[in-house]
Design a protein around this ligand. Structure first.
Ligand SMILES: [Zn+2]
Ligand SMILES: [Zn+2]
Length: 421
């Protein structure tokens, strides 16, 4: 079905995908085996009366609870990035079971040029950014209309006005448990206003530690960036990057992180594999690097951006890279609020305004494909396969067709989490 040249590339990609897939579980088994060997070795040495100590036991026993950044910054030998990334995979696995009646949603509000998201899990809320000052009213009315009067966490990813401006509106109605920002001091009026209203609630702004995790209902939120801080504390480079894990599903929120911060997160070995990515910096060309997107491999990507903004957001470069990684792109400028829900295994994304996405398939198109004997549609980029009726189908140029499920599996493709073929 493909040209030979492409076929070779695909084979290499499958191998990479397999390696990545194994990262979830295999290292734990390997680590367990190593731990048993080390323990047996130590026992034998003790029995033999040998005074030699077992070197570096921390590489296996210290894995749990040690953040990848701690691993990366310490001089501990032989910690590969896959081993260190398994600590966040371990967090994912422990959180894999979602109890009955549990709920999760992430809503990306159309706040014009800026970012604002409200995450809900089991009745607990987290606000991540509040859009520009114009969005103050919207933040207020959204919280009022949805009965949100208390949030566990308020996260201002960084002090820029397009992220902190509307937070003051929310703070008129919402009381905050803990407030985070990438800095505790900034010149922006929007930041200072946020700080003032938080102060009235007796809440001070904290700078979270990279690697730190906290619970939001049944979900786990991990701070994966910034890995280090730049001198300029108003920089996008210092954006707080959050990985939210709910059951087997995950959501990566990147603020305005730049390519430099993305690379630092990758170098630190964080597992950023996600189902949904809030695209960095409104789709700027200087974020969403290919390597970062490859590691994240999101099925869905949300760009929070204003129509006809003066920044040229989202950039053609970022859109092309997102397309290349096989993500279905949702945009607040075209589709209004974007809502993602999860049941712990499947993420469903819906947009406020119509489809607007070139990957959405019409019922008649699906019927035509079924009539043509097409059972499954694979994505040449992401190596996921779908039913012809799935709303996350890849665009035409990225499609490969399979006659049977087995054929898709044999070709190294994995089933889509939404249509579950
Ligand atoms: Zn910014
Ligand atoms: Zn921004």
């Amino acid at each position: 079905m493909y040209k030979i040249g492409r076929c070779r590339i695909e084979v290499i990609k499958h191998q990479k995908a397999n390696v990545k897939g194994q990262v979830m579980r295999k290292p734990r088994i390997a680590a367990a085996c190593i731990a048993i060997f080390v323990a047996l070795g130590a026992l034998m040495l003790m029995i033999a009366g040998c005074s030699a100590s077992v070197s570096n036991p921390g590489s296996s026993s210290g894995r749990v609870g040690v953040s990848p950044s701690a691993n990366a910054s310490s001089s501990q030998p032989s910690l590969s990035s896959s081993t260190s990334s398994s600590s966040s995979s371990a967090a994912k696995e422990t959180a894999a079971k979602v109890p009955e009646g549990s709920t999760f949603s992430a809503r990306f509000l159309d706040v014009g040029q800026g970012d604002a998201a409200i995450i809900e899990c089991d009745g607990h809320y987290m606000i991540v950014d509040g859009g520009p000052p114009d969005a103050s009213r919207l933040m207020y009315s959204y919280c009022r209309d949805h009965g949100i009067n208390q949030v566990d966490y308020l996260v201002a990813t960084h002090p820029d006005t397009d992220h902190t401006g509307g937070i003051s509106g929310a703070l008129q109605i919402v009381s905050v448990g803990r407030a985070f920002c990438s800095t505790t001091q900034a010149e922006q009026r929007a930041f200072q206003s946020m700080e003032k209203y938080l102060g009235k609630q007796g809440v001070s702004i904290e700078v979270p530690r990279v690697g730190e995790t906290f619970s939001l209902g049944g979900a786990t939120v991990q701070v994966v960036g910034p890995v280090y801080r730049t001198d300029d504390d108003i920089s996008n480079d210092d954006s707080i990057v959050l990985m939210i894990t709910y059951g087997e599903t995950s959501f990566l929120l990147t603020g305005d992180a730049t390519e430099e911060e993305e690379h630092a997160i990758l170098s630190a070995g964080y597992d950023i594999d996600c189902d949904l990515l809030k695209v960095s910096h409104h789709g700027s060309a200087h974020s969403s690097s290919s390597s970062f997107l490859r590691a994240a491999s999101p099925s869905s990507a949300v760009i929070s951006v204003a129509k006809d903004n003066g920044y040229g957001h989202p950039s053609e470069e970022a859109l092309t890279r997102l397309d290349n990684c096989g993500a279905t792109v949702y945009r607040t400028d075209l589709q209004g609020d974007i809502t993602a829900t999860s049941d712990g295994t499947t993420v469903n994304v819906s947009a406020e305004k119509g489809a607007g996405s070139d990957t959405t398939i019409s019922a008649s198109e699906a019927q035509a494909q079924q009539l043509a004997g097409i059972s499954y549609i694979g994505n040449l980029r992401s190596h996921k396969f779908h039913l012809p009726t799935c709303k996350n189908l890849p665009k035409e140029s990225n499609r490969i067709f399979f006659d049977s499920r087995q054929e898709a599996v044999d070709a190294g493709y994995t089933p889509c989490g939404n249509c579950k073929p």
